[in-house]
Ligand binder design. Structure first.
Ligand code: URA
Length: 240
């Protein structure tokens, strides 16, 4: 059982103050009845709560898909530079959100933000080996030999990479690289080891989730219930 204002502020999400205002202005129903006391206790597992007539389910945590633009740091704060948090509304700032993983400042694409520390930790732990797919644009065309090199593992200064997949597109300067490790600057260092240079990098898939193509750079949305289920089940798997 939890308080109605907490249910709303966790699930929508919004601040407790905003949740209380929604309740007081009679916009919230529980099991079809308008409830106007914020401290009403409800059963988060069975109550049907609706806001402006639209039912929504309880979620203890927030999961966000962001299409990261260039120029922002993947962190909650930075002394000098703007972080990805600056793209979220003010009401999200008190929710304990953080980026699940890092993309370089000049890398774009799929970044998951959440306040579910356990799931984020699992997705990022090297033990779990979750697949990440990057669209890599390189200075020189990729070659058939690069595909073989990635299959075997590429020697970097911190050791050989795990076998990975390179798919060269119709434009030989562009390829999709599937990695399971999360090493620092991994894609860029692999390109250097292949005697090439990564000139643009976008993550298009992370933990079985594809970057939503309808999100412009800098745009974000909450994960759907199905996507959350997928993320949680993927994070619970041991390794692939
Ligand atoms: N590999 C890189 O080199 N940079 C990133 O941001 C992600 C993977």
């Amino acid at each position: 059982m939890i308080r109605l204002d907490k249910y709303i502020s966790d699930a929508i999400p919004c601040t407790r103050k905003e949740a209380t205002a929604y309740i007081k202005s009679r916009r919230v129903t529980v099991d079809g009845k308008i409830i106007n006391a914020a401290d009403t206790k409800i059963d988060e597992k069975s109550a049907v709560v609706a806001f402006d007539g639209k039912p929504f389910s309880y979620s203890k945590f927030i999961y966000i898909m962001l299409n990261k633009p260039e120029g922002l740091i993947s962190a909650t704060e930075d002394e000098r530079d703007k972080t990805v948090m600056s793209l979220l509304p003010e009401s999200y700032m008190t929710k304990g959100l953080f980026p699940a993983g890092r993309l370089d400042r000049d890398t774009t694409g799929l970044l998951i933000l959440t306040n579910d520390g356990e799931t984020a930790h699992r997705l990022l732990s090297p033990k779990y080996n979750k697949k990440k797919i990057y669209r890599v644009t390189a200075e020189k065309p990729f070659k058939e030999a690069d595909i073989e090199a990635l299959k075997k593992g590429v020697m970097l200064d911190d050791g050989k990479t795990k076998p990975s997949v390179l798919e060269i597109t119709e434009d030989p300067h562009v390829a999709y690289m599937t990695l399971t490790e999360g090493r620092f600057h991994e894609v860029k260092r692999i390109c250097l080891a292949l005697d090439n240079l990564c000139v643009a990098l976008e993550r298009v898939r992370f933990a079985e989730l594809d970057l939503d193509k309808s999100l412009e750079r800098g745009e974000w949305r909450l994960l759907t219930e199905d996507e959350i289920k997928l993320l949680l089940s993927v994070s619970a798997e041991k390794s692939n």
